[in-house]
Design a protein around this ligand. Sequence first.
Ligand SMILES: O=C(O)CCC(=O)C(=O)O
Ligand SMILES: [Fe+2]
Length: 346
Amino acid sequence: MASVIPTLDLALADDAATRPALVGDLRHAVTEVGFLYVVNHGVPDAVVADVIRTLPELFALASEAKDEVALQKSPHFLGYSAAGTETTAGRADRREQFEFATELEASWVQGKPLYERLRGPNQWPSLPSVRPIVETYIAHLTRLAERFLALVCEALGLSSPARDKLFSFLSDQHRLKLIRYPPAPVQEDLASQTQGVGPHKDSSGWWTFLLQASPADTSGGGLQVLRVEGSKESWVSVPPIQGSFVVNIGQVFEVVTHGVCRASTHRVVMAPGAGERYSVAFFQGVKGALTRAKAVGALEGELAGFQRKDVDSLWLEGNDEAWGESQLRTKVRSHGDVGRRFYGEV
Ligand SMILES: O=C(O)CCC(=O)C(=O)O
Ligand SMILES: [Fe+2]
């Protein structure tokens, strides 16, 4: 991994003279680094500013208002979860979050695959401004993520049938998490108290677009990505850059590219004395019905000249054939209470 996280100016894609250089930089970023920033990404400043402005108002809601939309009530894993209710790498994360998704009607009935039940409506909190702001943001990020996927296909030199195949795997449900990390006490004795979110790869589908919505952390923490060089590992800071999104690779993209694009491990550290931190993560979704065989075979005959690497995927290692089954199992694991209530059989 390069010593710095690359920043890609997506406006360069709009000019035939500058596009090739951008595509080359993108190729390097997605195959050698696995983490990058995008700027001039086309999402209007006002759309981002609306979300940033909403975060403190939303999290300031009374706990009764948050409980009204508790994630525990939703078979779709959509809603509010309090700090400490989600675990990563075996430890409780110190963050609270509202999870939303593209607004859909629930269509699952007995007899359909269980993972279809992940699809369904949001629980909208009692702050009326939230719904239009979140829906607008999801619509813009959906388009950005598709445009980005097309650029990545170009960077990987994929044929147009291969590209069409990847696009056919896209779901119409994308997820959005609004996250608040509470300030960290100055005196920390338990290591677990510094875990904003523990080391993980995004188990979601294709690509993640992260908005860091607070000023840079000056206490030594913040978002960090694991840099692996041979047997040496070190954590590299990914500080907020004004007007950017941090982009990283999800599990399914690592699977379809046979590790040419590997998902990077990352975490959020809340160092002693760190102020509260807000972030917004958009997860581009993949169809639940996508099978392992289809995913693994999708780029057959493609990716010549790229080095395939070991793929680290619970989906490939487990017994679940369809992506949705694997995704549901991951969700049940991180939110045991929702799992027991709606998915006893998992
Ligand atoms: O809050 C952040 O900066 C990162 C969040 C994250 O990695 C996640 O929720 O998957
Ligand atoms: Fe993540």
